[in-house]
Design a protein around this ligand. Structure first.
Ligand code: EPZ
Length: 455
């Protein structure tokens, strides 16, 4: 599996790309100013897939200009849909009147860069009776298996054929049928898989042990607009009554709470003051509580949230990442950089991914004091207890950071390195910077607007 980027192995081209793929950062300046955050990457990509369910036109608003949106647009086009993109307004128009099976080799060329193709299964099975899923990409932060996805599809009546070198072939000659499904862990992707596949399955589906992230609930809102019947209980059980026909939708995407929190962490780490236009409070409550405990200040307005470092010492904190409404794993990496500047010992117990602390090594080389542990350093033992994964981190601060050359490891880890470079004394070269384009729209422009010294 690739890290987050594309799998190009053609020597010279890669060397040239790498040369142009470096951001030179001179750190030590507070980031001050206003930036705008658009719709959530982890919702928009799924809503785009949902559009494939309906033989008609869907309109998605507040769409960010990020690489994942381009990848999913290309995948939709390969499957016969037309996709029009108005970047200035952030509006995507998808016409899925005609859907066709894509050429296996064409789909495969996109496979190294995204995990979204697996979610095409349900819509393609409903529209065409078959689907092809290439080897999946995505960030290299753990094993990231797809067993829950495939089990769900099997339970709904699909035949899953893994005997092909190029990927997985899935068929449902007799259509999909409602089923009782329980997820062993509240996986975001497997919950979305079930929703996208069960909406048009014949009969009822009950999905227990599901994830209920705000991005998933926004996907449910989209599916409801399309004609689906989906309810959710307080115990995280979805009940889906299959319907025969779905229609196109018009929807405005919820804001990207991961991007908003990343900029909030950047404000804290650089002693800055950033107004994140578009950021909304309800989806960020857990983050805001932690931000306040550390000593960060914020002000919620109708237009967004202002985040700033009020001066004085930051306080250490103990956090455990979890599914919603817990502290998101994707918030963890940028915040760890800010915690290197807090006065005392902070503890972060990562319970969602087994391998999400690789990004701390360069931080240590920049001067941070971070130690990783295999033990669960939290109130509850997690799935990774007694296993060989260093999934707890102890961060001792404050430690001054020194600029250096850094390689971007994954999307969120990469943005964290960028924050560290901006907070550090002296110059840094951040290599592989284009990987951050996967999830942070125009981050170079935003950094420039905030007064960062970048080249
Ligand atoms: C989504 O990934 C997001 N990606 C991730 O964002 C996010 O970190 C994650 O949800 C958790 O919030 C997208 O939405 C595109 P999972 P997903 O299935 O759906 C295990 C970012 O930086 N698992 O909830 O792939 C898995 O290994 C990214 O924006 C299985 O064991 O995550 C992990 O430990 C990175 N078998 C845990 O569940 C399965 O079949 C949670 O994964 C599926 C998952």
């Amino acid at each position: 599996m690739a890290a987050c980027g594309e799998n190009d192995e053609s020597g010279a081209v890669v060397a040239e790309q790498q040369e142009n793929d470096v951001l030179h950062v001179v750190g030590g300046k507070p980031l001050n100013g206003t930036i705008k955050v658009r719709g959530a990457k982890n919702f928009v990509s799924k809503a785009m897939v949902a559009a494939l369910l309906a033989p008609g036109v869907s309109v998605l608003k507040n769409v960010p200009e990020i690489r994942d949106v381009h990848v999913v647009s290309d995948l939709l086009r390969l499957h016969g849909a037309t996709v029009e993109w108005n970047d200035e307004k952030g509006i995507l128009t998808i016409d899925a009147t005609n859907v066709q099976l894509a050429d296996v080799a064409d789909v495969d060329t996109l496979s190294g860069s995204s995990r979204i193709p697996i979610l095409f299964s349900g819509p393609l099975l409903h529209r065409l009776g078959e689907a092809f899923i290439p080897q999946l990409g995505g960030c290299n932060i753990g094993g990231r298996p797809i067993d829950f996805h495939l089990d769900t599809l099997r339970k709904l009546g699909a035949n899953v054929d893994k005997e092909h070198a190029d990927g997985i072939h899935i068929t449902a000659p007799n259509g999909l049928h409602g089923a009782k499904i329980h997820l062993p862990y509240p996986s975001v992707g497997a919950t979305e898989q079930t929703l996208l596949a069960a909406v048009q399955a014949e009969g009822r589906t009950e999905l227990s042990g599901a994830a209920t992230e705000p991005e998933i609930m926004d996907l449910v809102a989209v599916l409801q607009k399309m004609g689906a019947i989906i309810s959710v209980d307080v115990d995280r059980t979805f009940r889906i009554e299959g319907v025969k026909k779905l229609e196109g939708f018009t929807h405005t995407a919820l804001t990207d709470r991961i991007e908003a929190a990343s900029w909030a962490s950047a404000a804290l780490a650089t002693h800055g003051d950033i107004f994140v236009k578009g950021a909304t409070q309800p989806e960020m409550m857990t983050f805001l509580n932690v931000y306040r405990k550390i000593g960060g200040e914020f002000d919620v307005t109708d237009k967004g949230i202002r985040f700033w470092h009020p001066g004085g010492d930051l306080k250490p904190v103990a956090i455990e990442t979890d599914v919603h409404p817990g502290f998101m794993t994707d918030w963890q990496q940028p915040l760890v950089v800010a915690l290197t500047q807090a006065n005392g010992l902070s503890i972060v117990h990562e319970t969602v991914y087994e391998n999400r602390f690789g990004f701390t090594k360069p931080l240590v080389q920049m001067g941070a004091t971070i130690q990783l542990y295999r033990e669960c350093l939290g109130s509850l033992p997690c799935r990774f207890q007694q296993r060989n994964y260093k999934h707890s981190a102890v961060i001792f601060g404050p430690t001054p950071l020194e600029g250096r050359d850094i390689d971007v490891p994954d999307l969120r880890g990469g943005f964290s390195h960028l924050i560290a470079a901006l907070a550090a004394k002296g110059p840094s070269n951040v290599q592989g910077i284009s990987l951050i384009d996967r999830g942070y729209a125009d981050f170079r422009g935003k950094l420039a607007a905030l007064g960062a010294d970048i080249d």
